[in-house]
Design a protein around this ligand. Structure first.
Ligand SMILES: NC(=O)c1ccc[n+]([C@@H]2O[C@H](COP(=O)([O-])OP(=O)(O)OC[C@H]3O[C@@H](n4cnc5c(N)ncnc54)[C@H](O)[C@@H]3O)[C@@H](O)[C@H]2O)c1
Length: 352
């Protein structure tokens, strides 16, 4: 069996989840790694027994026997590198957010169509067992008409610094980093309606707070305290099917504890997907709470990545429809652009 040959561009934290997942698949070989940081790329190649090492993605893309790449660089690399890869005839799995903004994302979708190569966006949370369960329930109309949703990802002290807090390389703060996942989940679960309007505020009151004591947080690989992105944001997003979404996020906020939540309210029942999956229903005129049982092994970052990567490869080998097409990444960038624009202008933004 001819193996699918894959390259990794950007050998930082999240790329390990990609490489581990590829190496679990019998029909895949990770043949090349590229990082601007040569030492990191070499150490990575040694750890995963990858034969070819590059510090420039253009050189990697010249490899003729390379079928696909994962783009796991800073956000500012997503569009130019994915476009170069597609034009070089490679299929691309690009991490979230698809790009820095909708304009870049539009170009990526266009090039993917022109080249006929797959461009998949890394909305990995779509592959969670809880997402699958809730999506099935919604498709079977168990919630009825879902008219209101609330989602948030709140950190008390969680600005990772480095490229994450440098707008030129990230395109924004927690909105583009955490919000992209949560807003995508609400859209995805509800049949991917188009957003029509956004009214939002972003907050810049607290900054990095590098001197906080007694707390532990995630530091980006190349940590620095430069910070010109928002601390947090809130938004009201309306969709064409009548769904209204309340969204909030923060990297730094004076809140008692971190929070991750996603709740949906329908005409027949309500449901919560995070922090635990639960349904709020009515049976025989009693309000009834139901908690589905999911094996803890089916949860978690690693298993979601394993399923995402296996799906990407299945799309290439079996031609099955892609669950995360680039168009979905573009729709999210339109919403994120509108959040930043609404916050800047102080006005509601209408999305065409
Ligand atoms: N799906 C998820 O849940 C999830 C989680 C974390 C991060 N991410 C995304 O993954 C991407 C990487 O995040 P990370 O936490 O791994 O960051 P990181 O800083 O740990 O790693 C990024 C790596 O990319 C390299 N790099 C940057 N530009 C490059 C270029 N032009 N060519 C080659 N290498 C380049 C850097 O040197 C660094 O080693 C981001 O877009 C982030 O949003 C997704």
């Amino acid at each position: 069996m001819e193996k699918i040959k894959v390259g990794i561009i950007g050998a930082g934290s999240i790329s390990h989840f990609h490489t581990r997942a590829y190496q679990k698949l019998e029909n895949v070989e990770v043949v090349a790694v590229c990082d601007l940081n040569e030492e990191r790329a070499k150490a990575y190649a040694k750890e995963y027994h990858i034969p070819h090492v590059f510090t420039n993605h253009h050189d990697m893309l010249q490899m003729e026997d390379l079928d696909a790449v994962s783009v796991t660089t800073w956000n500012n690399g997503h569009a130019p590198i994915s476009i170069d890869a597609l034009k070089a005839g490679k299929h691309v799995l690009c991490e979230k957010p698809l790009a820095m903004n909708a304009k870049e994302a539009e170009e990526m979708v266009k090039v993917s169509k022109e080249t006929g190569k797959l461009l998949m966006v890394g909305f990995v949370r779509r592959f969670g067992e809880n997402t699958k369960l809730l999506k099935e329930a919604i498709e079977q109309n168990q919630l009825g008409d879902v008219y209101y949703a609330k989602t948030g990802c709140i950190r008390r002290w969680g600005n990772p610094g480095g490229w994450f807090s440098d707008w030129k390389r990230s395109g924004g703060g927690p909105v583009i980093d955490l919000g992209v996942h949560m807003i995508d989940l609400v859209r995805y679960l509800n049949g991917k309606p188009k957003a029509v309007s956004v009214s939002a505020s972003t907050f810049n009151q607290l900054g990095m707070k590098p001197d906080v004591k007694g707390m532990v947080k995630y530091y980006s690989a190349d940590y620095s305290t430069h910070n010109d992105v928002e601390d947090g944001a809130t938004a009201l997003i309306k969709f064409e099917n009548g769904l209204t979404l309340f969204f909030e996020t923060s990297w730094v906020m004076h809140v008692k504890q971190d929070e991750l939540y996603l709740q949906l309210y329908g005409s027949k029942a309500g449901a919560q997907m995070e922090p635990t999956i639960e349904f709020y229903e009515e049976r025989n005129n009693y309000f009834t709470d139901t908690t589905p049982v999911i094996d803890p092994n089916a949860y978690g970052f690693d298993s979601n990545f394993n399923r995402e990567i296996a799906h990407f490869i299945d799309c290439l080998t079996h031609g099955i429809p892609c669950l995360n097409p680039a168009e979905d990444g573009l729709e999210l960038m339109k919403i994120l652009d509108a959040i930043y624009e609404s916050a800047k202008t102080g006005r509601e933004v209408i999305i065409d």
